[in-house]
Ligand binder design. Sequence first.
Ligand SMILES: Cc1cc2nc3c(=O)[nH]c(=O)nc-3n(C[C@H](O)[C@H](O)[C@H](O)COP(=O)(O)OP(=O)(O)OC[C@H]3O[C@@H](n4cnc5c(N)ncnc54)[C@H](O)[C@@H]3O)c2cc1C
Length: 406
Amino acid sequence: MTTPLIKWTNWVGNQSFTPSEVATASNEADVQYWVKYAAERGLGVRTVGTGHSFTPIVETDVLLNTEAMRGITHIDAAKRRVNALPKTTIADFGEPLWAQGLALANQGDIDTQAIAGAIATATHGSGLNYTNFSATLAGARMVDGLGNVVVVSESENSEVLPALQTSLGLLGLMTELTIRVAPAYNLHARYETLKYAEVLNNIDDYIHHYRHISFFWLPTDASAKLYCLDHGGADDCVVKLYQELPADAQLPNLPANERVDRSYRIYPMHYDPNFHEVEYFLPIEHTRDILHEMRKLMLRWLPLSIYPLEIRTVGADQAWLSPNYQRNNLVVSISGEPGADYWDYLRACDSLFAEFKGRPHWGKLHFMTADRLDRLFPRYNDFVAMRRRFDPNGTFLNAHTRKLFL
Ligand SMILES: Cc1cc2nc3c(=O)[nH]c(=O)nc-3n(C[C@H](O)[C@H](O)[C@H](O)COP(=O)(O)OP(=O)(O)OC[C@H]3O[C@@H](n4cnc5c(N)ncnc54)[C@H](O)[C@@H]3O)c2cc1C
């Protein structure tokens, strides 16, 4: 079924386009039908998670609405694997996994993304001992660019898995995903508001002794409210430190700035759709230099850079296009107001990140070219070859991805 032409807009409103067709795909056979339909007509086809990416990676001719393809299909508690349909949100995993003594190994700042969208773009939380979502993908069913169903697994075609794990929807449209999960755990969260210098003094301890460290550095008194933070003024850092506790642990008499709860209840925070985000991944060993240079740069560019700077860490993985490919990273996120003319500032940030061999977040604004990707990702050419193998006619490419992965 197709619906009349409508403009599609992402969550924050900085990307929009009008597909030539919006088609409903309720199951794998429907996905096959529409991919063949598009391929035969020389049209592009793509699908969307929940539209939380800031980049133009959804734009296409035939946009598949896979709303009905949501839900957990199987939990294997012994093997710690869960199968889910692509539109299952991260929040959807919380209760059913907990009931089986399991949990997602890590989560990011929100839990509303679709699992396929989060995996396609290497969405991550924080913690050097934990990977992004992509690296937890253990297998998938997908429809390739010719409309064929391909089953990717660790045992059958293991050479495909590290390409598929972070693939921006360019190898195929995933119709069911198998994800590695962890034993259920509680988190003991501590929230602190500290001066920048104090955080810098303790940064190694935070990074290496906590399961999760993340913080927002606030360049001005007005910054906190832009990210819905309820406290903190200029040069403060709003810090989150989490330690893992067993699923049945209770801690009585906690101070007001501490909380213990199930992992999936601790992670999510609230954002208003009032910002654009640029995010780069930088080698962890340069943490102090990067934090120092980034603060200097933001202060120089005030008042264009009044949004909080978010800092996190992510552990290395093996996914070819993952920003964490064989590298532990510090993650730096910078934001600005949609519509504001702050591109010179963002380019200055990009130049700084380039000095440290910064790799981009695929769902967030970046300034990559094919040449830069080739230098930054050792398996970039292998990924392009794999993309051509599964989508020889470029049915999944769009203007944004064609420039990067043709
Ligand atoms: C408020 C906010 C908070 C965020 N917090 C974090 C965070 O903490 N950590 C982080 O790393 N990122 C974060 N992000 C970025 C976000 O997680 C990524 O952009 C993610 O891709 C969004 O998921 P989605 O379901 O909205 O995917 P979409 O943006 O809808 O799609 C992303 C990509 O996935 C592809 N795709 C979707 N479904 C399929 C499928 N079935 N098969 C193949 N490809 C598919 C799409 O075609 C597209 O290319 C945040 C974004 C926002 C707006």
